[in-house]
Unconditional design. Structure first.
Length: 457
């Protein structure tokens, strides 16, 4: 029978069938080529870092695709029929490796140079008294400076806290707060000193001190420590040259005034740059009462330091210089606490480790002060306990705990001041008692409040 689909013998269809049969015969008779093991081993060695962490051959297949291996290359170079066959072979050859995740950066890593510089800047203004000490009376004029200084410390602490609060909104807002608050602080401190001043000279010295402290506070809040150091250059040069060169009355007045004017100019420059920042939509302004405990702490800390200084003047220098290391240790405490939070699994374990970190930081801060007390002839017990009180209070404030350190330090300052009224100067036993009680209360408060994971999360 013949039909439309029939093929005649000897026709083209018969020829095609014979040709396909011959090709199948040749393919079957050709020896089958296996995988090239050496080439696969070399590829496994090259991609071991990417293959080791894989948990399934499909991940290796994705890696091979990203390397640009095509099906033709896989068949010709490695002898595998397809991508997944080669991926399975590589997955079997390379052992599993699971590297540790990268350690997160420490957000509380301290700036060593900046902390050291800040400690020096706290102490360097004291050189002004070497130059100007002979120009004012050591009695009433000194009381004027003390009163003005206490007001400046209290105002500066409160203003600095409020500026840092405004910094969360933007540097421009913080600059506006400093621009308004710093002149008011200088005026309030000068007026407080003028109330008990007996001469115009004392008022002028108190005004210069108040203006400098306000300008220095602005620069320290804005992180312009190097500008402040540059402003103090005339004062430093005059004090260093004093053993070999007497600048005279004019020079003794002019050099500190140059530093005061330089600090004011530097503060104005820093504020100008801050106010030039783009404005940020102003949110709700924090209440002034939030900064009140910081001002009270500044006042009480100043009273305690000055009472200690009345017995041992060098103790004030030791404490002032130690403020740089104290700030450095605040950063270290926070960094070590975050590391402890990652390394512990239970609240009890974290409490134990956090308490150990607190004790370690206190020892690292207090113990280096012991040789300084021996060199300066200062009684060690009141100075070391006062240092522990101040550092623990600053630690609590760094975590936003404001009222407990303010209340404890204020109670200690009132007790020590009342003792000073009855026994002038106050006995070392009284200062030791009040500072020791304050340090114990603040340490217990720090263990209780900072021994929980929540403040460090």
């Amino acid at each position: 029978m013949s039909g439309p689909m029939a093929l005649e013998p000897g026709g083209p269809g018969d020829t095609l069938s014979l040709r396909l049969a011959d090709d199948r015969t040749l393919a079957l008779s050709r020896p089958r080529q296996g995988p090239d093991r050496d080439a696969v081993d070399r590829l496994a060695a090259e991609l071991a870092d990417g293959i080791g962490p894989a948990v399934h051959p499909y991940e290796v297949a994705a890696l091979l695709e990203s390397e640009g291996l095509t099906a033709e290359v896989i068949q010709e170079r490695y002898g595998h029929p397809n991508l997944f066959s080669l991926a399975s072979a590589l997955y079997e050859r390379v052992p599993r490796t699971f590297p540790e995740p990268p350690r997160p950066a420490n957000p509380w890593r301290p700036d060593h140079v900046r902390c050291g510089l800040r400690g020096a800047l706290f102490a360097l203004p004291g050189l002004a008294y070497l130059l100007t000490g002979r120009l004012w009376h050591a009695g009433r004029d000194l009381d004027v400076l003390v009163v003005a200084g206490l007001v400046s410390w209290a105002w500066g602490q409160a203003l600095g806290h409020r500026a840092y609060l405004r910094m969360t909104t933007g540097r421009r807002e913080a600059g506006r707060t400093l621009l308004k608050g710093a002149p008011l602080g200088a005026l309030a401190a000068t007026a407080s000193g003028a109330l008990i001043a007996g001469s115009g000279t004392a008022i002028g010295i108190a005004a210069a001190q108040s203006v400098y402290l306000s300008a220095a506070g602005v620069l320290l809040v804005l992180g312009a420590e190097r500008l402040l150091l540059a402003a103090l250059t005339p004062l430093i040069a005059g004090a260093v040259a004093l053993p070999w060169w007497d600048p005279g009355t004019t020079g003794r007045i002019a050099l500190p005034l140059l530093s005061v004017l330089g600090a004011v100019a530097a503060a104005g420059w820093a504020l100008r740059a801050t106010l030039a920042a783009p404005p940020v939509p102003d949110g709700a302004r924090p209440s002034l009462l939030r900064s009140l405990p910081y001002g009270l702490f500044g006042l009480s800390a100043g009273v305690l330091v000055l009472l200690e200084g009345r017995q041992h003047p060098y103790a004030v220098i030791v404490l002032t210089v130690s403020m740089g290391p104290a700030e450095w240790l605040l950063y270290r405490y926070r960094g070590m606490s975050v590391a402890a939070l990652r390394a512990t699994a239970t609240p009890a374990a974290f409490l134990l480790r956090s308490t150990g970190i607190l004790g370690l930081c206190l020892l690292v801060y207090v113990l280096p002060l012991l040789p300084a007390t021996l060199l300066t002839g200062t009684e060690p017990a009141p100075l070391l306990l006062l240092a522990a009180t101040l550092w623990t209070a600053l630690l609590l404030q760094a975590f936003g705990v404001a009222w407990p350190p303010a209340a404890v330090c204020l109670a200690a300052a009132c007790g020590a001041a009342s003792t000073a009224v009855l026994h002038s100067p106050p006995s070392a036993v009284a200062l030791t008692l009040f500072c020791g009680t304050a340090a114990l209360c603040l340490t217990a408060c720090a263990v209780r409040l900072l021994g929980r994971p929540a403040p460090h999360a």
